[in-house]
Design a protein around this ligand. Structure first.
Ligand SMILES: CC(C)(COP(=O)(O)OP(=O)(O)OC[C@H]1O[C@@H](n2cnc3c(N)ncnc32)[C@H](O)[C@@H]1OP(=O)(O)O)[C@@H](O)C(=O)NCCC(=O)NCCS
Length: 187
């Protein structure tokens, strides 16, 4: 499909382009992004260049949708829908260090979820969220969005440095009320 632009109160979400390469490269030097996502490590400029090309292909082939999260001219982060199949997809994101703790992760996720469940989007039945056990910031986003905590997956995650971790898993159904849930691991 053609890349879709999503707008929220403060943000615009659109396909990452060549002009974003430098900002993606810089953000992906951040230790938390390296620790908690699957970006390659060490993250080189060529990884950002390849990423932008791959994202375009994935939109065209309907395999994955990735958006740059834009706060005006600033690249605030990246978000997308991955591991798609059987009416389900996994939500993944990172927010650049300078744009954190302003609710951008939550705001961008809400827009992507709305689109993913909509008949004009992917018309999904379920959206999954996974994170390394202890990634409290990401878990607070998922909880606020109405995801239900579903458990721990032993040694299920491997980051871009090859480190294996237990993972928290949560799910959101199209029919869920999207209200913040009790998460036993967040207290
Ligand atoms: C986790 C991450 C996406 C949070 O993005 P963000 O835009 O700062 O998140 P928000 O501002 O929407 O915050 C959501 C909630 O989490 C809290 N929070 C954010 N970062 C936190 C942290 N490091 N530790 C504890 N709580 C945190 C916020 O205070 C807020 O809490 P509230 O709902 O009680 O108000 C960002 O820190 C990041 O990109 N981390 C590295 C990559 C990563 O972990 N990606 C997710 C992989 S599953």
């Amino acid at each position: 499909m053609k890349p879709v632009v999503l707008r929220t109160e403060r943000l615009e979400l659109s396909i990452p382009i060549e002009a974003d390469i430098e900002a993606v490269f810089e953000a992906c030097q951040d230790p938390a992004i390296i620790r908690y996502t699957t970006v390659p490590s060490p993250y080189e400029r060529r990884h950002a260049e390849e990423f932008v090309v791959r994202v375009t292909t994935n939109w065209a082939e309907d395999t994955e949708q990735t958006w740059a999260i834009r706060d005006g001219d600033v690249l605030a982060g990246m978000i997308g829908l991955y591991r798609q199949g059987a009416g389900s997809a996994e939500l993944g994101y990172w927010i650049a260090p300078a744009s954190r703790e302003r609710g951008f992760g939550t705001e961008a996720s809400r827009a992507v979820i709305d689109w993913a469940f909509s008949p004009d989007g992917l018309d999904l039945h379920r959206i999954e969220w996974r994170a390394v056990v202890g990634n409290v910031g990401s878990a607070r986003i998922a909880r606020a969005l109405g995801f239900h905590y579903e458990g721990t997956l032993r040694q299920a995650l491997r980051n871009g440095s090859g480190v294996r971790d237990d993972g928290w898993i949560a799910g959101l159904l199209a029919t869920d009320d999207r209200l913040p849930q009790e998460w036993p691991v967040l207290g």
